[in-house]
Design a protein around this ligand. Sequence first.
Ligand SMILES: [Zn+2]
Length: 675
Amino acid sequence: MKVNYLYLVVCLVCLYAGNAARGETPDSPWWLRPHRMLQTNLREIDATMDLNQYVREVKQLGADVVLFNVGGIVANYPTELEYHYRNPHMKGDLLGTVLKRLHAEGIRVIGRFDVSKINEKFAARRPEWLYVSQRGEHVNYNGQVHTCVSGGYQQEYMLEILGEAVDRYPLDGVFFNMIGYQRHDYSGNHHGICQCENCKRRFAQYSGIELPATQNNSPAYRKYVEFTNMMKERQFRRVNAFLKGKRPDLAICTYTSVGVDVIRKESNRALGQGTYHDTDKAKWTMLTCDERQLANAAVHFIAIAHRHAAVSPYLTTRRLWQQMVAGAWLDFYCIGPLQRQEDRTGLDLVGEIYRFHAAHERWLADTVPAGEVGLVRRGEAEYDGILRILSENQVAFELTRLEPTQLDRFPVVIVPDAGGLSRQETDALDRYIGQGGKVLLTGQVPSGLDCLAAVKFVETRTFDKGAYVRIRPEDKQKLAQPILDKLDLVFLKGSFHVYKPGADTAGLLRLIPPDMFGPPEKCYYRHVSNHPALMHRRHGNGAAACFTFGIGAHYEAQAHQGHAALLLGAVDDLLGAKRRLRVSTSPLVEIAHRADRAGRFEWVSLYNHSGQRGNALHAPIPITGIRVAFMPQKPVRKVRLLRADRQLDFIKQDDGLVAVVVPSLDHFEVLLFEY
Ligand SMILES: [Zn+2]
């Protein structure tokens, strides 16, 4: 073991000073705070890059963590292991030199390892480590031969590689690429379930049956999927025990959750995956990862086969921003160091967001979600549509599970596609309503929900053409959204659940069953049914309401503002949700609401989506005059725009409400309320 002790001591002192400045304590692992990670995924030829420039560019970008290639396919340090391929372009010790310089700048380093492949010269000597395709062949891709999770390379030799690197270098974390049983190569060719002797033996031991040859819906294949998940978890438990046994302060990061401290994900499609994709992903991961953190890479390139060409700069900023304001890490990934990027069009904007986070860590790094509408993630298009209605109307929401401890923090909770909830979930909802909570369901009323037990299900009808939901004058009094003055119906397509509301349950809106729609002379309906499309029942201080059709899926399909208005009317007017934050602006502005963990401030982030048109993401157009009305928890001392770096005048009403206008939003901003 080669350790330069003086170097170690210097590094520890530097790190400690840096950590103290960032408010980190020895009891709290460093990775639990949101960091700013840069992954410059090095090609072997990048060993010849300018190291001074490398460190300078990381610093200038504002990153405080670098994900740096250490070993596996290529070792970027002078390894002494027999089967670890030294980078032939490297002179000296690339990792050692870079690590020392980055640490001296207070920048942490997570070492990247990829043991999914091994160089062909070693592969020839250790065939028992290799993946075997469905056709009984090894897979050699550009001189790198696929290895198998079941084999000795990934089971034992990987620990030797990790051990050597971690013993020699004071890395801050370890990241694994291409984990699990891979069946494809980089060209997308499918090679099938691994048929190596280790897989055959281990699977037989696990299941008592023979390894399936093909991927299908057979019981053997389902068992195989279970086996691969078990093996992957087992591997990360072992890696975790091995590494933490050596260094408890090492962060373990990869694309799974068992045995991992920082969960890695990627946003990597050339055209993005929907406007709110990263918001949804970050909120969901943060909700379900219990005390851990999320580093979701905003991938620089358009596709694996075109890794030198970047996605739109404004797609990258959207990804980074949506992750950041959900409390996750900033994480940007490109191939090669910044100095060798041939498509640099988006790098300035990446730096702008990174440096914004760095300059305002005090406000951004230790916050908790403060959105007041709880949204349960179920029901695909129904969920997507409701998320979109909330986002486009600046209703600050958070994802929630149907568990008592989680529900209690919301004045109102929305459950999309609510039929089929478990007894445990309906019990949690009843308890929540009993304590004054407001619940909005869509679809079917779940059996077991006491609050709506009196409503009687009649039948589900499915309409393809010609059906509507009638909005009556008496409905408009209860759903007081201004646009409803000009709207007497919305279209209805798909399932409609017919209920008879009980005596103390109000039925709003009415089903207009399908009728004539052609020719124009005959395009009128002759009958409005008595079937409500929205039911409402008060219960103590709480209440439940249910749209008896998929109102979210309707919005997702047509984005008709009528469906949005009905949903918002149900939340704000019918259920009377007391939301503390109201923002009035264009639907193209997305907000998030977070609060300081120690209660010293709250903030509302603003993101301008106006540059988006079809599949193009251009620079946004400034949006002016954004009105914000905020009911603070304590008296507000100051209202500030962090990016514009200016204080705003605000009006304080008698009831304590603070009213403020954000003059202009060019791209992104954080509106800070200081107590
Ligand atoms: Zn295998």
